[in-house]
Design a protein around this ligand. Structure first.
Ligand SMILES: NC(=O)c1ccc[n+]([C@@H]2O[C@H](COP(=O)([O-])OP(=O)(O)OC[C@H]3O[C@@H](n4cnc5c(N)ncnc54)[C@H](O)[C@@H]3O)[C@@H](O)[C@H]2O)c1
Length: 362
């Protein structure tokens, strides 16, 4: 197995164990992994989300958490969100909650904008002026950039845009963060930052319309795997890579005065470690030992970008963060997780093992 490109700073338990973390979107894919990692670091966590949408749900499988409470609150409900945040009085706030699926955003554009844009406004309004708050992070996506399909890796100061409702809503979320930074958060010198990560893969994702869950479902059912854009390239990365970046970003933001860490950072794989959707599917199928082939989906489909890449050199320069796993490693780790889960191993044990293994990488 190839792994590691250079040393990357690990999260500091001494910092995290002293924090009260508000985590929105804790019942989702990234949120479940993050909840477990924060628990290992000794943090006290309050999760605010809708109930898990899928069955199985990684978050439900990882419960119970020792130092985490879980509240079901719709972030579009400003009063309910404010009350949950007031009650918990966080020192660190992390905003994952979102309508995160491109295809669903075509079916429900208004709900996507309400959740992603107004939900972020509500989150920031509830945090504004809170005396205990040391730093806040809003997670958007690699899809916030104006993509002219020239294959160039995006840098943080590239223009924002978004063709589909999901991407546009996340670009609008970036404008909200920038506005609340300039208009409100600077007054109390609380760092408010945004992070743009690539397409994450990892064990325990069962969302609809995502490549890894689709591969796993095809593998289990024996039905052909349908790929919408087999030749499209994406910045695939293991879920632990951006999570490590978010933790590091928040630590640095909380320790420094605002302005000494950038307001926005990319967290992607190396620009030369790019696979097409078909290559990812084939590598994952080989790792799973599946005999099911993939087929190009001929049904009408919404437009999705063909190329997408992130330049994460600013995160490396400012935080010392860098990817530890190649895309092939990420695929192997993911396939191993699903395979072990299917043979009856505990999801908590599997996630804990992978987090330990990840932390031990240079
Ligand atoms: N998964 C990826 O590949 C990827 C890539 C780039 C960025 N992101 C972003 O990272 C974040 C987390 O992604 P994920 O893959 O875990 O998403 P997910 O869809 O698995 O989880 C979404 C979470 O948001 C919550 N949520 C949705 N609508 C809500 C509402 N109205 N009120 C309260 N909670 C609500 C859900 O309950 C869930 O906890 C999202 O902001 C997403 O846009 C994800």
């Amino acid at each position: 197995m190839q792994s590691g490109h250079a040393t990357s700073a690990a999260p500091d338990p001494a910092f995290w164990s002293a924090q009260r973390i508000l985590l929105t979107g804790h019942t989702g894919f990234k949120g479940a992994w993050m909840s477990l990692w924060l628990e290992r670091l000794g943090a006290t966590v309050a999760g605010v989300s809708l109930p898990p949408e899928y069955d199985p749900s990684l978050f439900a499988l990882l419960e119970p958490f020792d130092r985490a409470t879980s509240r079901h609150v719709d972030i579009r409900d400003q009063a309910a969100l404010r009350s949950a945040i007031d009650e918990f009085d966080p020192t660190i706030a992390i905003h994952f909650a979102a309508q995160s699926l491109v295809r669903r955003s075509y079916a429900a554009p208004a709900q996507t904008f309400e959740t992603n844009v107004i939900g972020t406004v509500n989150f920031l309004e509830a945090l504004r002026g809170r005396l205990s708050l040391r730093a806040a992070l809003v997670v958007t996506t690699d899809k916030v950039y104006r993509n002219i399909e020239d294959g160039r890796a995006f840098r943080e100061d590239d223009p924002l845009a978004g063709h589909d409702p999901y991407s546009a809503s996340k670009a609008a979320t970036e404008l909200v963060v920038s506005c609340w930074n300039g208009s409100f958060f600077h007054e109390r010198a609380v760092p408010l930052v945004s992070a743009r990560a690539g397409n994450v893969i990892g064990g325990g994702d069962w969302a609809a319309d995502r490549i890894v869950p689709d591969i796993w479902r095809a593998h289990r059912s024996g039905k052909p795997l349908l790929l919408r854009y087999p030749q499209a390239t994406r910045p695939w990365q293991h879920v632990l890579e951006p999570l490590a970046g978010y933790l590091r970003y928040l630590e640095c933001a909380a320790h420094r005065t605002p302005g000494s860490v950038p307001h926005a950072l990319n967290f992607g794989p190396p620009a030369n470690d790019v696979l097409t959707v078909a290559q990812l599917a084939e590598a994952m199928q080989t790792a799973l030992g599946t005999s099911v082939a993939w087929e190009a989906d001929s049904a009408p489909k919404p437009i999705e970008m063909k190329t997408l890449a992130l330049d994460s050199s600013l995160a490396t320069a400012t935080l010392g963060w860098r990817p530890k796993l190649t895309s092939r490693d990420a695929i192997e780790w993911t396939a191993a997780w699903y395979g072990d889960f299917a043979s009856g191993r505990s999801p908590r044990e599997l996630c804990n093992e992978q987090i330990s293994r990840y932390e031990a990488l240079p």
